[in-house]
Design a protein around this ligand. Structure first.
Ligand SMILES: *[C@@H]1O[C@H](CO)[C@@H](O)[C@H](O)[C@H]1NC(C)=O
Ligand SMILES: *[C@@H]1O[C@H](CO)[C@@H](O)[C@H](O)[C@H]1NC(C)=O
Length: 237
């Protein structure tokens, strides 16, 4: 009798881990498919920060910030990567929601070229393979001329600066960025080379993402969680 009760109690505790489990709401008729992830953090103003790149040009674009990575600038300010004052905001790095779910921001292409169609839209990425116990919801904040079809270039500080290195003027980063220009730092310890504002997002790749390189994903479009919109101020309705 007591054993049975103990087993029932144990089962209940195991089922409810007590972790925050937000509702993730699929967008009917939204984007879906299979793709892969890479990472970047180039410190440049992301392209969905330009109002003219949004499907709804009356909506607020993704915030972009002054050199401190924190003060929000006018959306019309030029990118530092084009000689202007505007940078990626430091809060557009990934953050953990519970032990199996994180939120973040991403460059994306669904066509293999510069692709603004999902600027400010969100996708649920379900990792395939080694990381299949983890998921991320990411908002599309950027795109890139060097993108492949269904590539999600996650905004991960210390994962490589790529073509442009706006981090030199913002954070006095090395000429090729921290670590390698493509790929970034190789170990969690090297995240200490980054400014303190970006170190947590750098460690994310080694902790939440368990150092798995370029994980593949299944993706499905979902409504953007409030916590993401609170950071980017942009939402594709
Ligand atoms: C984290 O949240 C997601 C979404 O609500 C949920 O499916 C998942 O079970 C949660 N993870 C844990 C460990 O509770
Ligand atoms: C476009 O954005 C504006 C401002 O947020 C909003 O009032 C309007 O409903 C949006 N239009 C559409 C078609 O979503």
């Amino acid at each position: 009798m007591e054993t049975a009760l103990a087993l029932i109690l144990f089962a209940c505790v195991a089922l409810s881990t007590g972790e925050y489990s937000p509702d993730l709401i699929p967008v009917p008729g939204g984007m879906s498919g299979t793709g892969f992830t890479t990472g970047y953090w180039d410190c440049c103003k992301p392209s969905c920060s330009w109002r003219e790149n949004l499907r709804n040009t009356s909506a607020d674009p993704v915030t972009s910030c002054a050199i401190d990575g924190d003060t929000v600038l006018d959306p019309g300010a030029m990118s530092n990567c084009g000689g202007g004052p505007s940078y990626m905001c430091s809060n557009q790095q990934p953050f953990v929601v519970n032990s199996t779910l994180a939120y973040g921001f991403t460059g994306a292409s669904f066509t293999g070229k510069v692709d603004y169609q999902l600027c400010c839209g969100c996708v649920l990425l379900s990792f395939i393979g080694e990381l299949s116990h983890k998921k991320m919801v990411v908002q599309v904040t950027n795109t890139g001329a060097d993108a492949a079809v269904n590539q999600f270039d996650l905004a991960l500080p210390g994962a490589g600066v790529g073509i442009n290195n706006g981090c030199i003027s913002q954070w006095n980063a090395p000429p090729d960025g921290w670590g390698k220009r493509y790929g970034g730092v190789d170990t969690e310890a090297e995240c200490s080379q980054l400014p303190w504002q970006l170190q947590e997002g750098c460690r994310f790749r080694f902790e939440f993402m368990e150092s798995v390189p370029v994980p593949k994903v299944n993706f499905v479009q979902v409504e953007c969680p409030k916590e993401i919109v609170d950071r980017s101020h942009c939402n594709l309705k």
